[in-house]
Design a protein around this ligand. Structure first.
Ligand SMILES: NC(=O)c1ccc[n+]([C@@H]2O[C@H](COP(=O)([O-])OP(=O)(O)OC[C@H]3O[C@@H](n4cnc5c(N)ncnc54)[C@H](O)[C@@H]3O)[C@@H](O)[C@H]2O)c1
Length: 351
C-alpha cells in the first residue's frame, strides 16, 4: 500500500485530501494537533473532523504532532518515507497573525521548512504539495483599476479579464504578517524545487471552502457567513460596501488538482488555485445565494473600515492549471457548494 503524509489533516483541505487519497487505496498518515482551536478558540476546534476520519477510515493514522517540532517531523518522515507530502497545516488567518506573530511564523514558515528538509533527506523523489495563498500577492491586486457594479467590484482592465495569474508580483505590497509568513514558505518550497530539483508545488489559494470547514469570523468566509445565516446571527461586513469579490473553490476540486499533480509532478511549480471568475461572488451576492438556499434572511451590520490589506476584487486566473493539467476542471458550482455547506452546518448544529 502506498503511504502519504498529510499535515493539517483535521482541517478543511487536509481532511478532504485524506478522504480522497484513502478512497484511491492509499494509507494516509495525518498530522494535526488541533492548533486551530488555539488560534480561534473553541469555534475553530477541528477534533470533530479528526474523529470522523479516525472512525470511518480503515487505513488512516492520526499523529498528534506539531509541525514546529523539528525532531518529531524528521523522525516521522524518516519512518514513513511517504510517496507524497501534502502540506495543509497552517495558521491560516490574515487578521489573526498580528496578535500571534511568533506562532504564525513558526507554524507557517519554519514548520514548512521542517517538512521540506525532512522530505529532502528521506524521500526527495516524492511530490511536495504546499497550500500557499493568494495573500502572497499582498494588497497589490487593489492597485488594478476597478469599476463599481450594482452588487460587486469588477476589474476595469483588459489584462485581468480572466483574473490574476501567477505572473503577478508578490513584492513591495502590504501582505499582513500572515501573508509574509506564507511568502517565506512559498519561496522556500519553490527553492527546494529549483535548487534540489525536487517535485514541489505551491497552490496559491483563493477562498477554499466546503462542508467540512470549521468556519470562524477570522477565517473561512463562506462557511462562517452561512453559519451566521442559519443561526440568525449578525455578519459584519468590513468596508468596500460589501461588494468585495472572492473566488470560491470546493475542497473536493482542490483535492482533485492535488491528485493530478501527484500523478504527473513538475518541479518548483506555482499555481493560483481558486474558483475562478465563474465561482466568484461579492459578500452581498453571497448573502443572496445563501438566503435562496436556506430560506432565511441574512442579518448583517456594516463597518466602514475595511480589513487591513483586504482584497477589493480577487479571482484566480486558472489558465495555467488547466493548461498543465487538461483533465482537471472545476466541477462544483458556487450554488452547489453553498448548498452542501448549508446541509453540513444544519447537521452539525443538531449536536
Ligand atoms: N481556506 C481558505 O480559504 C484558504 C485560502 C488560501 C489558502 N489556504 C491555505 O490552505 C491550507 C489549509 O487551509 P484550511 O482552510 O484547511 O485550514 P484549517 O485551519 O481548516 O486546517 C489547518 C489544520 O492545521 C492544523 N494545524 C495548524 N497549525 C498546526 C501545527 N503547528 N501543527 C500541526 N497541525 C497544525 C489545524 O489544527 C487545522 O486542523 C493552509 O495552508 C491555508 O493557509 C486556505
Amino acid at each position: 500500500m502506498k503511504v502519504i503524509l498529510i499535515t493539517g489533516s483535521s482541517g478543511l483541505i487536509g481532511s478532504e485530501v485524506t478522504v480522497f487519497f484513502h478512497r484511491l487505496g492509499f494509507f494516509v498518515h495525518g498530522v494535526d494537533n488541533n492548533l486551530r482551536s488555539v488560534f480561534f478558540g473553541p469555534q475553530g476546534d477541528t477534533r470533530w473532523r479528526q474523529k470522523q476520519l479516525v472512525d470511518s477510515l480503515e487505513f488512516f493514522h492520526h499523529h498528534e504532532l506539531d509541525i514546529r517540532d523539528r525532531q518529531g517531523i524528521l523522525e516521522l518522515v524518516k519512518k514513513l518515507r511517504p510517496a507524497a507530502i501534502i502540506h495543509a497545516a497552517a495558521q491560516p488567518s490574515h487578521d489573526r497573525a498580528a496578535a500571534i506573530p511568533f506562532d504564525d511564523f513558526d507554524t507557517n514558515a519554519v514548520g514548512t521548512l521542517n517538512l521540506l528538509e525532512a522530505t529532502r533527506l528521506y524521500c526527495p523523489e516524492s511530490p511536495f504539495i504546499y497550500m500557499s495563498t493568494n495573500k502572497v500577492y499582498g494588497d497589490l491586486p487593489n492597485s488594478i483599476h476597478l469599476k463599481e457594479l450594482e452588487t460587486r467590484w469588477e476589474y476595469d482592465d483588459s489584462n485581468y479579464l480572466n483574473g490574476i495569474s501567477e505572473a503577478f508580483s508578490i513584492d513591495q505590497s502590504k501582505h499582513s504578517l500572515f501573508g509574509a509568513s506564507k511568502v517565506a514558505a512559498d519561496i522556500m518550497v519553490q527553492e527546494y524545487g529549483r535548487y534540489f530539483n525536487m517535485p514541489t508545488c505551491c497552490l496559491r489559494g483563493g477562498c477554499l471552502t466546503g462542508p467540512n470547514h470549521s468556519g470562524v469570523e477570522l477565517h473561512g468566509f463562506l462557511s462562517y457567513l452561512i453559519k451566521c445565516n442559519l443561526e440568525g446571527r449578525e455578519y459584519s461586513i468590513f468596508g468596500y460596501k460589501g461588494k468585495q469579490v472572492r473566488d470560491n473553490i470546493h475542497s473536493e476540486d482542490v483535492a482533485r488538482f492535488i491528485h493530478a499533480f501527484f500523478m504527473t509532478p513538475r518541479c518548483a511549480e506555482v499555481y493560483n488555485l481558486g474558483g475562478g471568475k465563474d465561482n466568484s461572488c461579492s459578500i452581498l451576492e453571497a448573502f443572496a445565494l445563501v438566503e435562496k438556499c436556506s430560506g432565511k434572511p441574512q442579518q448583517y451590520s456594516y463597518v466602514e473600515e475595511n480589513r487591513i490589506g483586504d482584497h477589493i476584487c480577487y479571482y484566480s486566473d486558472l489558465t495555467k492549471m488547466k493548461k498543465h493539467y487538461p483533465g482537471w476542471n472545476i466541477t462544483k458550482s458556487l450554488s452547489q457548494t453553498i448548498s452542501e455547506i448549508v446541509d453540513s452546518w444544519q447537521e452539525r448544529m443538531k449536536f
